[in-house]
Ligand binder design. Structure first.
Ligand SMILES: [Mn+2]
Length: 412
């Protein structure tokens, strides 16, 4: 059975307030053509279909419109799981209706391991493959909070919880009475693997989020045909294994992600070593420009010349305030197809911050810096405040950030 694996569509996402519908629509049309050209029979989408748990109507239209068109292609089966950005109930609501179209949507992990198994059958009802469809596992589904447990106890328990959920579902597939060694078993998951490669924006985020729960490839059985993962936005093999892969997102969702190609993966369930990546054509150019006035203007002029839609962010590294440059940039862009999404002057903002502690542009600070400032203020206003209390507050703050990361748009 020929499959196509994709994930992290984040339909409806905004980048500095700008929606990405044109690019997402172009990707979904390309995907329909690709399914037909490559005669794909099984589509696997490993989570983060939508960017938000309450997606805009337009984002939902794209999704349902796509599934409607998919029904008219060579694709016989589709399996879609929820990611950390998706609302499991919103995604799962039409599941019964979709089943009739052989589209399987798994919003939430079932009570029994068998509930997560999807049986793909041919027209005659003969079993062709089993999919272990495990959506993003939320903390409340994984563990009970014990009084007085430390942060590392908690991480250990979460890690164990994830491992045992996957292992139970995989075991249930092997124990299925219809299973025989020639039936391929596929696992789908939306999680963060230890052996994976992080891009820069992940690494920066990790600095202030503290450690994030990561799982190791040993949670997957050796004999699996394929493991289709979502969560990280860069296409990659995991732990050097041909059959364990992240497809990555189809479009760059931030400027940092524009530095590498975005892909989908295609393969045969029986020959995981032959998995191929296919680069998704991008409808827009995305570019970060950094430098002094002269450098920035030069790059911008080049981009304007190209006459293609281009989204840019500018980081001014000169010594002035940059306000004249900002005017010049806006003037240059008039009537062009280049859109400025963000103009930043970090050095200037930092100098200003040092001069006047009360002034801060939130967009240029990360949450940790904001909290640090708050604690500093507290310590100077209330001298009785001690080290131990500060430590406790930091631990709580880390935990809150980690929980927020599960549902907010800064997360993968
Ligand atoms: Mn994602």
């Amino acid at each position: 059975m020929k499959f196509l694996h994709s994930s992290d569509w984040h339909l409806g996402i905004k980048l500095y307030g700008r929606t990405r519908y044109e690019e997402q629509e172009a990707f979904l049309s390309w995907l329909i053509d690709t399914v037909n050209t490559h005669e794909i029979e099984l589509l696997l989408v490993s989570g983060d279909i939508f960017d938000s748990s309450m997606p805009a109507n337009k984002a939902q239209e794209l999704y349902y419109g796509f599934l409607g068109r998919l029904a008219k292609t060579t694709c016989k089966h589709a399996v879609i799981i929820a990611g950390n950005h998706d609302s499991s109930s919103l995604l799962g609501a039409p599941a019964e209706l979709f089943k009739m179209m052989d589209i399987h949507v798994v919003g939430q992990i079932g009570e029994q391991p068998e509930d997560s198994l999807i049986y793909l059958r041919d027209k005659a009802g003969k079993l062709q493959a089993i999919v272990c469809a495990v959506p993003y596992l939320r903390e409340r589904e994984l563990r009970q909070v014990d009084a007085g447990e430390s942060l590392s106890d908690k991480e250990e328990k979460l890690q164990q919880g994830i491992k045992s959920r996957y292992q139970d579902v995989i075991e249930a597939a092997y124990n299925e009475k219809e299973y025989s060694p020639e039936i391929p078993i596929v696992v789908m998951g939306h999680l963060y693997m230890q052996e994976s490669y992080l891009n820069e924006s992940n690494a920066v985020r990790e600095l202030y989020l503290g450690s994030i729960i990561r799982s190791s490839v040993d949670i997957f059985a050796e004999r699996l045909s394929y493991v289709a993962l979502g969560h990280l936005h860069r296409c990659q093999k995991v732990g050097g294994k041909d059959q364990i892969r992240y497809s990555g997102s189809p479009i760059p969702l931030s400027f940092a992600e524009a530095e590498y190609p975005h892909k989908v993966l295609i393969g045969h369930l029986r020959e995981a070593s032959g998995v191929q990546d296919l680069e998704v054509p991008q409808s827009y150019i995305m570019k970060s420009i950094a430098g002094d006035e002269e450098q920035i203007v030069a790059v911008m002029k080049e981009l304007i010349e190209q006459d293609q839609i281009c989204l840019i962010e500018v980081e001014y590294r000169g010594t002035g305030s940059g306000s004249l440059l900002r005017d010049e940039v806006n003037e240059l862009l008039k009537g062009s197809r280049v859109e400025l999404l963000r103009f930043q002057n970090r050095q200037y903002v930092e100098t200003t911050l040092r001069m006047n502690e009360d002034y801060a542009d939130l967009a240029t600070l990360d949450p940790k810096q904001v909290f640090e400032k708050r604690l500093e203020k507290m310590a100077s206003d209330e001298p009785e405040f001690d080290e131990a209390e500060i430590k406790t507050l930091w631990a709580c703050y880390h935990q809150i950030l980690q929980e927020l990361q599960e549902s907010y748009s800064n997360a993968e």
